[in-house]
Design a protein around this ligand. Sequence first.
Ligand SMILES: C[S@@+](CC[C@H](N)C(=O)[O-])C[C@H]1O[C@@H](n2cnc3c(N)ncnc32)[C@H](O)[C@@H]1O
Length: 323
Amino acid sequence: MLLQLTDMSVLAARVRAVPRHLRALSTGLLPVPDVDRQPTSPLAWIGLANQRLEELGSLTRDRIASHELHPGSYQIRLFLPEISAGAAQVLVGLHRKGVSPSSIAIAIDEIIRWKTIAQCAYAHRAGPYFDVAEVFIGAQWDRTIWPIICNEDLSHTLDLACGHGRNAEMLRKSAKTIDLVDVNPSCIEFCRRRFGDQKEQCRFRYHLTDGNGLSEVGDGAVTFVYSWDSMVHFDKLVIRNYLFEIKRVLKSGGSAFLHHSNYGTFAPNSDWTKNHGSRSDMTAALMREYADEAGLKVKFQRLSGTNDGWGMDDLDCLTLLSK
Ligand SMILES: C[S@@+](CC[C@H](N)C(=O)[O-])C[C@H]1O[C@@H](n2cnc3c(N)ncnc32)[C@H](O)[C@@H]1O
């Protein structure tokens, strides 16, 4: 499904909820915090990065520009609580080591990580997507997904970013246990009502993630990790972290089927919310590179586009990894 971030009424409500003094800050009427006084403040690091832009590498400068990371950024204001909570530990550690161009670059990556996680979680909290998408899964499964995964061991499957469970409905025919993972409590609750603890021969378990890891799932616990129509929106930094987690939770010999963006080949270092189909800056080549770093092997990979219904050639990529 091509997801458009068009649920403007929901976003607008969130905008209206921003306190007036924060709106004043965004228009430059209030001072930006100082990193030495508030080392956990994303705004302080963004302010510092903008002051020292010339000292930063071109990659960090590109990311600052595309994500509009300046102290008055609307999206930073909207998601400041989530970004602050997610990034605090890393930011305080960076400050302890001393502020340098490389620590500013890491801080910017960390802020982008939590900004994109918060945006993506928020975009899928509610809305018509889930009901509409349900209609398409049968054809997507038969034509695209099953031919790639039919020889994998699905006996204990983890469905990453499960939504309302349309994929689990297909996976449960081959699995004995499914771990459902999502960042939105509403999705977890929907799936719990849909499947319960057991549906026919398949057992279900539910995990809320912070959007960046699989901390509730044990090492070597699953035979198969599956993710469809979700990672396409995840920033490359988030996907890289998930790959290390996927390696950790897979049994030796297990595998992972991941549907992700390739739009980074057209718009590297871009902000997913502005891209075609809300696709992130991930690419097929980056997936191979990150998989290698995480210690996973690429078993199969192909680009996915118009023929799979995504509305643009080479927009996405389907990757099968093995441990
Ligand atoms: C477009 S929906 C797709 C849901 C499901 N995979 C499907 O095909 O119907 C994207 C899902 O990703 C979840 N999500 C967004 N960001 C996430 C993250 N960082 N980690 C885990 N889940 C996330 C959302 O809550 C939502 O359920």
